[in-house]
Design a protein around this ligand. Structure first.
Ligand code: GLY
Length: 382
């Protein structure tokens, strides 16, 4: 039987995961991206944090995140097997996350999060300030307490991207480093079918299936019939990387906090790098890093963990998260025959990679989108 030919538009963590999983399931896959993994995946901190990010108003998204984090250990094993590395090489770490309150107002915000955890039945442990400082001795003495979330983990997205590129190739998938100029379809308005795509240089690739996984740019592809345009907008995030200290100083686990109302997270990598993020701004596709954003993030991070002031700033960058009206991804079929979506992952692209890959395999090779993904189709917006 001729394998199903699939083009994936976008080679970030989501597009590469979908490409790798579909290739492993037997499809003939081409992933197209002018700079694979260099968009929001490159900026991402890599927190796998459905509990820290939980919100009562977004309970379906929290459940999807919990399902995906549950799949991460197997995903990391399978990815590292196909990429000739180990889960440690992906920066996969399960120390948990400490969610901290800096002052009394921040403490009230943390109490609200603890209440959401109780409401949704999520596991977190209320910690005194003293217990927080036992867990993370670098925390400032003035903090007011925290929540230990043992089920929120991390990976290093840049290492995951590298592994996905190798795993895609191992499974026979092809990576084309070109932008896609246009989606090619046939048929009448309202009854379109996919024919393939056209690359930037005019090369046409035939495909019975096209998966749109180009993150914040997914709605901008030329030729996309209007009934299939996902409601995606860019949500800017600025993030910093501090270089490993020569004497090994760094927090021992991810710390998230509200510091006088400023949200900040500090993610220590095994190699000593420390990631400090991130802002949220509606700023179109602007990816300039504002001086004020750097100041706010560093002030909050250093107030929280004063020793960070000794580290060198290695990198400041910004990227566009793919936001949707309900902050949840858009997965699976569209009204255009052969066109599938895997975008809109907003703050959770790295977390939701396993469940997204499985959803697309289910949609193409199973009996449709699996149950956990079924309520995240484009249809929910119409
Ligand atoms: N996942 C964290 C962020 O988007 O900043």
């Amino acid at each position: 039987m001729t394998p199903r030919r699939v083009v994936v538009v976008g080679g970030g963590i989501i597009g590469l995961t979908v490409g790798w999983r579909l290739a492993a399931a037997g499809a003939e896959v081409t992933v197209c991206d002018p700079a694979p993994g260099r968009g929001s995946s490159w900026a991402a901190a890599g927190m796998l944090a459905p509990i820290g990010e939980a919100s009562a108003a977004e309970a379906p998204l929290t459940r999807l995140g919990l399902e995906s984090v549950r799949r991460w250990p197997t995903f990391a094993d399978e990815l590292s097997a196909d990429a000739d590395c180990t889960p440690d090489d992906l920066g996969f770490r399960r120390e948990g996350t400490l969610q901290v309150a800096f002052d009394d107002d921040d403490r009230r915000a943390l109490d609200e999060l603890a209440a959401v955890h109780r409401l949704l039945g999520l596991e977190s442990e209320v910690c005194s300030a003293r217990r927080c400082r036992q867990i993370e001795p670098l925390l400032a003495p003035s903090i007011r307490g925290g929540l230990l979330v043992v089920g929120d983990w991390q990976v290093d997205p840049r290492r995951v991207v590298g592994a996905l590129v190798r795993a895609l190739s191992r499974r026979g998938g092809r990576l084309v480093t070109s932008a896609v100029r246009r989606l090619r379809t046939t048929g009448e308005p309202g009854a379109h079918s996919v024919e393939g795509i056209e690359l930037e240089d005019g090369t046409e690739l035939e495909a019975a299936t096209v998966v749109l996984a180009s993150g914040a740019r997914a709605a901008l592809l030329d030729g996309l019939p209007k009934e299939a345009v996902p409601p995606i907008r860019p949500v800017k995030g600025e993030i910093l990387r501090l270089a490993a200290a020569p004497f090994g100083l760094r927090p021992s686990l991810t710390v998230r906090a509200s510091v006088r109302g400023q949200f900040v997270y500090v993610v220590p990598r095994a190699d000593g790098e420390v990631v400090v993020g991130a802002t949220m701004q509606e700023a179109g596709f602007d990816t300039g890093v504002r001086a004020g954003a750097v100041l706010d993030l560093l002030r909050a991070a250093i107030d929280l963990l004063p020793a960070l002031s000794e580290l060198s700033v290695a990198e400041c960058l910004a990227a566009s998260r793919p936001g949707t009206p309900d902050n949840a991804p858009v997965l699976g079929p569209t009204p255009v025959d052969g066109l599938l979506l895997a975008t809109g992952h907003h703050r959770n692209g790295v977390l939701l990679a396993p469940v997204t890959g499985d959803a697309l395999v289910g949609a193409l090779f199973g009996s449709g989108l699996p149950r956990e993904a079924a309520s995240f189709t484009l249809g929910r917006f119409t």
